[in-house]
Design a protein around this ligand. Structure first.
Ligand code: SAH
Ligand code: SF4
Ligand code: F3S
Length: 468
């Protein structure tokens, strides 16, 4: 991989203005759809892209429909990181076909990562004749123009480009008022051998520091209590003036936003500078998502991860020394091609050794076009299923042991919602990133409330309110 970053290509101001003008023209069309519904799959990147789609749709004069069968315009923002994500998205598009039979005026669009796969947009238009519009991740900022084309011509429109751009000033309709996503960089250059993301999200490109800080200030002034800095590899951030991620983190911290989180970090770029910034920035929460993927050096090498087990464990040690009690989470893949029982046992022993507060575990899913899909020794499904079950059992045990350190401690919880189990309880995340539920009602949503942790239940902590 070339080490010099290409200069980021920004969408020009006149292009941005043209898209905003499109929204205005659509808003004035008498026959345009009146309501919309966005269906989102995948990661936080996609969730935030959906907030931009909703923002543009509202600028076109549409309002949100709570139920998708009733919307005039339904858009599916897809993910293709694993086969089941892709199947779920396509399954739902097919289901809508039935709905559209009773409501022929309904418009349907498909966008997101899946569309960016080679040949996928054409395949979708062919197999799903009721889809009106398909566009990839690199065309998101051109959505108003594409929408206008569909509405004016009545034809079907496809747009998939290779060009990696950065678009500023796209309207955003945020799902939450108290917590907000803020993208700092797009794309990925790492090409982990199993992963499709670099192919569907394009090359790494970072936003300008000034644009990021402007957005963070707007969020702060709008009353947002927590900002999540987003990127496939946030810690690979490189601003136009050469600023690195720790410098950006310190600058956002200085704005006085109450809580700052970020994801996802790549272990190879976890520098001492970042660890120091974590320790010194008062608003940066003591939590870290550090995907390890595997605990065996040979597997890590064939995954193209650029670190080994000892290097990873060393970074974990340094993080914990600098930020005592830090909440630590990870992602793990089992059944990578050629993974032997012994190599899998190394992953189990790493999980045992680190002691994560939570882990996302996945069975390897071959993705067409990636290096690993062509590797010999694809692991049979029953073997992979057995491994993930053993991994989950161990992780649940370690999770209980690790999160016991919070019992008796005070945490400040940003309340997200009513608890799923009771309408007299609320839940949210404490500053260490762990879910906590405690007695409360809907008036608590969006507030930061101090609690004392009293116990553990399933994968969450239970607590009581304190007056701290
Ligand atoms: N950029 C982030 C997130 C990538 S996608 C990172 O590098 O950590 C989120 C997770 O999905 C990955 O961490 C990995 O564990 C998992 N994943 C990616 N491709 C996969 C595949 N082909 N099969 C199974 N899991 C995969
Ligand atoms: Fe995929 Fe690796 Fe990039 Fe993460 S760092 S998005 S796992 S290629
Ligand atoms: Fe999926 Fe695209 Fe995110 S493939 S995981 S939605 S970057």
């Amino acid at each position: 991989m070339p080490m010099t970053a290409r200069p980021a290509v920004h969408v020009t101001e006149s292009e941005t203005a043209a898209q905003r003008a499109c929204e205005q023209r659509i808003a004035r069309m008498p026959d345009r759809p009146k309501t919309y519904h966005v269906v989102t799959y995948g990661c936080q990147m996609n969730a935030h892209d959906s907030e931009k789609l909703a923002g543009m749709l509202e600028a076109m004069g549409l309002t949100a429909a709570p139920v998708r069968d009733e919307a005039d315009f339904v858009i599916f923002n897809t993910c293709c990181v694993r086969d089941n994500a892709e199947r779920r998205a396509l399954g739902n598009v097919t289901w809508l076909k039935e709905v559209r039979r009773t409501r022929p005026e309904m418009m349907i669009a498909v966008c997101g990562c899946m569309i960016q796969e080679p040949g996928m947009a054409e395949r979708i238009l062919k197999q799903y004749p009721f889809v009106d519009l398909a566009f990839g991740t690199s065309n998101l900022h051109r959505f108003p123009e594409l929408m206008e084309k569909v509405l004016v011509t009545g034809g079907r429109v496809v747009a998939v480009e290779e060009e990696d751009m950065i678009a500023e000033h796209v309207p955003v309709r945020r799902l939450r008022q108290d917590a907000a996503y803020l993208t700092i960089m797009y794309g990925c250059d790492n090409f982990c051998s199993y992963c499709i993301v670099p192919y569907v999200r394009g090359r790494e490109r970072s936003r300008r520091m000034a644009d990021i800080l402007r957005e963070a200030e707007e969020l702060r002034d709008g009353g947002v209590k927590e900002i999540m800095l987003l990127g496939q590899n946030v810690n690979s951030y490189r601003g136009e003036g050469g600023e690195d991620f720790p410098a950006l983190l310190r600058a956002v911290d200085a704005l006085g936003v109450e809580r700052i989180r970020f994801m996802t970090s790549h272990p190879k770029d976890l520098s001492d500078g970042l660890i120091a910034a974590m320790a010194e920035c008062g608003h940066v929460l003591p939590q870290f998502h550090l995907p390890v993927q595997a605990g065996n050096d040979e597997i890590l090498r064939r995954m193209n991860r650029h670190y080994d087990r000892a290097g990873y464990l060393d970074r974990v040690r340094r993080l914990r020394a600098a930020v005592p009690g830090i909440g630590l989470t990870t992602d793990i893949i089992v059944g990578f091609p050629g993974e032997t029982e012994e190599q899998f046992l190394d992953t189990l022993s790493l999980v045992d050794e680190v002691g994560y507060d939570s882990a996302f575990t996945f069975i390897y899913s071959p993705r067409t076009g990636t290096a690993a899909a062509k590797m010999p020794g694809q692991v049979p499904e029953d073997v992979a299923t057995d491994r993930i079950q053993r991994l989950i059992a161990l992780q649940e045990k370690r999770q209980r042991e690790m999160t016991a350190r919070f019992v008796g401690q005070t945490e400040r919880v940003l309340v997200e919602s009513l608890s799923r189990r009771s309408d007299r309880a609320v839940s949210g995340k404490g500053e260490h990133g762990i879910s906590i539920s405690f007695p409360g009602d809907s008036a608590d949503i969006g507030r930061i409330i101090p609690v004392r942790v009293t116990g553990q239940k399933n994968n969450t902590l239970t607590a009581e309110r304190t007056e701290a």
